[in-house]
Each structure stands twice: as C-alpha cells, then as structure tokens.
Ligand binder design. Structure first.
Ligand SMILES: [Zn+2]
Length: 394
C-alpha cells in the first residue's frame, strides 16, 4: 500500500519512527507499533509447529521476508517518483503496510500512473522470479497442484519460506491493484479517469471507491469475526479522506496567485557582477537582472560547481538564458507545475516585458502548503482563501 501524501500531513499521525536505512537518499523508517507484531508472530508460528522454537524462528524469517517485500514495493514508488523530479521524504513501515511520503505535484496522469504501478510491478517481478524455484521444489516432491503448494506453505523449511515469499508478493500486488484510494490501483484509476474527465471528479470517484472498500472490509471483519479487517478498513477510510483533502488543497493552490508569495531578494544580481557575489549569504537560486529586466537565472548547483573559480567569472558567464518565468497572476499550482517541468527548484516572477518582481522557490512552496493546511492556522487559511477568491484586498 502506499499513500502519496503532502509533506507533514501524516507527521502527527505517523509520529516518531526508527530510522533503519537510507536507500539513494530515501530514509526507511520502522514504526514502533510494528514491534507489536513480533509477539503475535512468535505465538502464531511457534504454537502451530511441533518444535515451538523452530516455528517461532521461522515466523521471524517470514516477517522479515514480508517486510523486505513491502520495503521493495515502497522504494519502487519512491525511486520512480524521484526520477520524475518529485521530492521523496521517507518510507515508513507500519503493521498494516508501508507508507511513502512523496511531495505531491501537478503530475501528468501518465507519470502518476507509472509511479503507482511501480510498487505492484516490483512485487510481481519478485513473485515471477520465485516461480521457477518454487515449482522446481514442487516437481521434486512429485506434487504440482495448488493443495501441494498450500501444504508446502504450512511447513517450516527454506522451501516453505520461498513459497510464502512468492505468495505474499502476489497478494501484495493484487491487493494494491484494487481500483480504490488509497491503493495504488486507485491512483491508476484516477489517472485514467482524469484523461477522460475532470481531475477533481476522477479523484472523487476513486475516493468513493475507497470508502466502499473500507466498508466492505468492516463488513467482512464482522462476518469472519476478524478484528484486523475493521482496523484495516479504518486505515483505508482515513487515507481516502486525506486524499480528498489533498484535492481541496490542490484547488486552493490553483486559486492563490504566485505574486503574493514571491521573495524580493534585493532585485537579483547584475550580469556583470562577479560570481563570488552570488555566493554571499549562502548559495541559492538567483535571478540575473539588468535594468529591472530578468536576463537569466543563476542556479545554485551551477554556482556551487564554479565555487572555486567564482572570483574569475561574472554572473553572465554561467547564467541560464533559457529560463521559464511566470507572471504574478499565475497560480501557485501552475508555478509548481512549471518548476517540475523545468527541473529547477525556482522560477522568476515577472511583469509583462520581463520586469523582475521576485523569485518563487521550492522553499516558498513548502511554506505556502504548510500555511494553508496547518490546522492551527485556521484563521490564516481563511484569509488566504478569501484573498484567493478575491474577497479581500491585497
Ligand atoms: Zn503501493
């Protein structure tokens, strides 16, 4: 499972988690509630085995195999999102599955679908790789039927561990492909629907499907007298609700003009200024401005690359002349979309004729998102929304 949520949205829900690894800059964390699963695993596998110690040890191996599969699933989402230029905050393992926190952005539907499909695709890949091994073991036993597989899964051997890993990867893929939020299938459904209809309508349909599935899990839990299903249902409903809220935020972002959030950084740097001047006050993205007109952009990474010869170069020598700019009336949403498309973390805000008005950076973007969604700032949020709707003066 994965929920691609706004930064900080789950901050309070997820709480503290142990950092266990970092894969290509993505932090993998373990939520403390996961430790509650361990006694259950020991009891479950130890109790059903002739040799309780062996059974318990086997249970721990199964737990590790399942969670490695979940981490693989989440990292597949994270790394593909990263390739598309989205910031990935971390992957957290919860008893109910994994949670990848990816910066939400106005992604084209195709890319959103690719990110969503990456997780289940990885599980199917793992399962497919295990098929020849597991079927080889079944052939050796002279039993290649489904009951024989069930028999194999119930043992405590290496063969059974591999078979269980295969089965759990198939289940992970199938479960996540259910076309309802917050499952990956819900994202694929939304992406597909938004190519034939409005994105907000597409989201509503996927979210409603999520509520139906969570109600189904609740009903099934009562019927089967299984307490884990209603808990899972509650989690699904919460995640579907958050997605709905994300959509509302997205719409607010579409109404907020970027001009209101741009920073006036002293009017940028002059093209004739030494590059060393651009490093004063810490390296950052800067607009290169001559007579009030933006003529180029100095990207932080470029400045850093030339840091040791910065006294020999002028800003004009390394500036990007093919930059994209936005007008003050452009929405924050659209500005973010242009930033993602250009691959640069900032965009200059200009009046007609390229007259410099300020710079809008990803830091400012995070600030706007936090400002709008922070529950403690309800008043500030209403003021922003009122401004966006044109009810208040600037
Ligand atoms: Zn997923």
């Amino acid at each position: 499972m994965s929920a691609n949520v706004w930064f900080d949205d789950w901050g309070s829900t997820v709480g503290r988690a142990f950092h266990i690894a970092t894969v290509r800059g993505v932090a993998v964390r373990l939520h403390p509630t996961l430790l509650l699963v361990i006694p259950w695993v020991l009891w479950h596998w130890g109790g059903r085995s002739v040799d309780p110690l062996r059974g318990a040890l086997f249970g721990v191996f199964v737990l590790v195999a399942v969670f490695v599969s979940v981490v693989g699933h989440e990292l597949a989402h994270a790394l593909v999102a990263h390739r598309f230029g989205l910031a990935v905050r971390d992957v957290t393992l919860l008893p109910i599955g994994g949670l990848t926190r990816i910066e939400q952005g106005p992604l084209p539907p195709r890319r959103e679908a690719i990110i969503a499909l990456a997780g289940p695709a990885l599980n199917l890949l793992v399962a497919t790789a295990l098929v020849p091994i597991v079927s080889g073991m079944l052939v050796l036993r002279d039993a290649t039927s489904l009951p024989a597989l069930a028999q194999l899964v119930s043992e405590t051997s290496v063969a059974s561990l591999l078979a269980l890993t295969m089965v759990s990867n198939v289940l992970l893929a199938v479960f996540n492909l259910i076309p309802a939020f917050p499952m990956d299938g819900g994202r694929v459904l939304r992406a597909w629907l938004s190519t034939v209809s409005e994105r907000s309508r597409a989201t509503r349909i996927s979210v409603t499907a999520g509520y139906v599935v969570s109600l189904g899990a609740l009903g099934l839990g009562v019927w089967l007298r299984d307490p884990t299903l209603p808990i899972a249902g509650l989690f699904l409903a919460t995640a579907a609700f958050l997605e709905q809220r994300t959509l509302e935020l997205e719409r607010a972002m579409q109404r907020l003009p970027v001009g209101q959030f741009a920073v006036w950084d002293g009017g940028g740097v002059d093209p004739e200024e030494p590059l060393a001047h651009a490093l004063r006050g810490g390296p950052r993205d800067l607009a290169v401005v001559r007579d009030g007109i933006v003529v180029g952009m100095l990207w932080r990474e470029i400045v850093l690359r030339h840091a040791n010869i910065a006294h020999l170069l002028r800003a004009a020598d390394v500036m990007d002349r093919a930059f994209a700019a936005v007008s003050p009336q452009t929405s924050v949403y659209e500005a973010h979309r242009r930033m993602l498309a250009s691959g640069h973390p900032a965009v200059p805000v200009v009046d007609p004729g390229n007259r410099y008005r300020g710079i809008f950076t990803s830091d400012r973007l995070t600030h706007v998102y936090r400002y709008v969604q922070s529950p403690r700032r309800t008043t500030a949020r209403w003021i922003l929304l009122a401004r966006a709707l044109g009810l208040l003066g600037r």
